[in-house]
Design a protein around this ligand. Structure first.
Ligand SMILES: [Zn+2]
Length: 279
């Protein structure tokens, strides 16, 4: 199945695909194993910074290797990116979906560049995620103030941008939530009626099970988890046990990242796409 069909299936059936930001091959392999063990699909996403650091060819190979080792149903996605050359490299290197984040631009420019990315991606059968209204907080060195999506601008972006799914800012943030008082659920719950596209929920770490269920009922087909994955492996690396092991067996670092990512990924894959019943 193509990723865009899988997201439509998720909207129809009321589940979401978990999408994890993987910083390394260890993390990708652990996420793929979790998907195999859960027997559910998963999205492995990469930051633009990771791709710049290692090249799209190398990161694409990590992904295909992880997928092959575990025989899992995995999709590769490029998270927040405004660099069209980098997006083009990822499309050529076999990514299933790319995100063009034009939310910082005025709406005309967001539409224009989203159109260009969609045309380039769709020629190669690659799906596109767009963004309207800014996701706040900081992730991978990118920071922004949260900004609410305007329904008229959202409708224009969807009508003209050629997108396959869309991230709609409603006060959600990357990193930790200092307050949830700014979450405008009314905007998020109206978004699918405006767009008719599967929604993507950013800033998933820190939300409660009830909030996830609410977002999935609002037609979130993809839920991004980054901070919780990072916290899990940082905790593992900071443990006293790890400090004892690391000098004599540096590979313990990779084992710790693998195990913590495997646990976190399995939990969220099942939370968003439970085997029993609906959310
Ligand atoms: Zn994001």
């Amino acid at each position: 199945m193509q990723i865009s069909d899988h997201m439509k299936d998720a909207v129809e059936k009321g589940y979401a695909l978990a999408a994890f930001n993987a910083p390394s091959f260890d993390a990708m392999s652990a996420i793929a194993k979790a998907a195999k063990v859960q027997d559910k699909p998963v999205i492995i996403q990469t930051s633009a910074r990771l791709v710049k650091q290692h090249t799209a060819d190398a990161v694409g190979q990590w992904f295909r290797t992880a997928k092959k080792i575990w025989g899992a149903q995995c999709y590769l996605h490029l998270d927040h990116c405004v660099d069209l050359a980098l997006i083009s490299d990822c499309i050529d290197a076999g990514w299933d979906m790319v995100m063009f984040d034009g939310s910082h631009f005025e709406i005309g420019k967001n539409i224009d560049l989203s159109q260009q990315v969609s045309a380039m991606a769709h020629r190669k059968g690659v799906a596109v995620e767009g963004e309207i209204g800014c996701i706040g907080g900081e992730e991978d060195g990118l920071s922004a103030d949260a900004n609410y999506a305007n329904p008229d601008e959202t409708a224009r972006l969807v009508a003209e941008g050629g997108l396959d799914c869309i991230a709609v800012g409603f006060g959600n943030v990357h990193g930790d939530y200092e307050t949830k008082a700014n979450l405008r659920w009314d905007i998020y719950e109206a978004a699918y009626d405006v767009t008719g596209l599967p929604l993507v929920l950013h800033g998933g770490s820190g939300l409660t099970d009830a909030e996830f269920a609410r977002a999935i009922r609002a037609k979130s087909a993809k839920v991004n988890i980054s901070t919780d994955l990072k916290k899990a492996y940082v905790q593992a690396l900071e443990s006293a046990e790890m400090k004892g092991k690391i000098l004599s067996a540096p590979s313990a670092v990779h084992d710790a990242i693998f195990e913590s990512c495997f646990d976190v990924a399995g939990t969220y894959i099942n939370k968003f796409n439970p085997t029993e019943g609906t959310l």
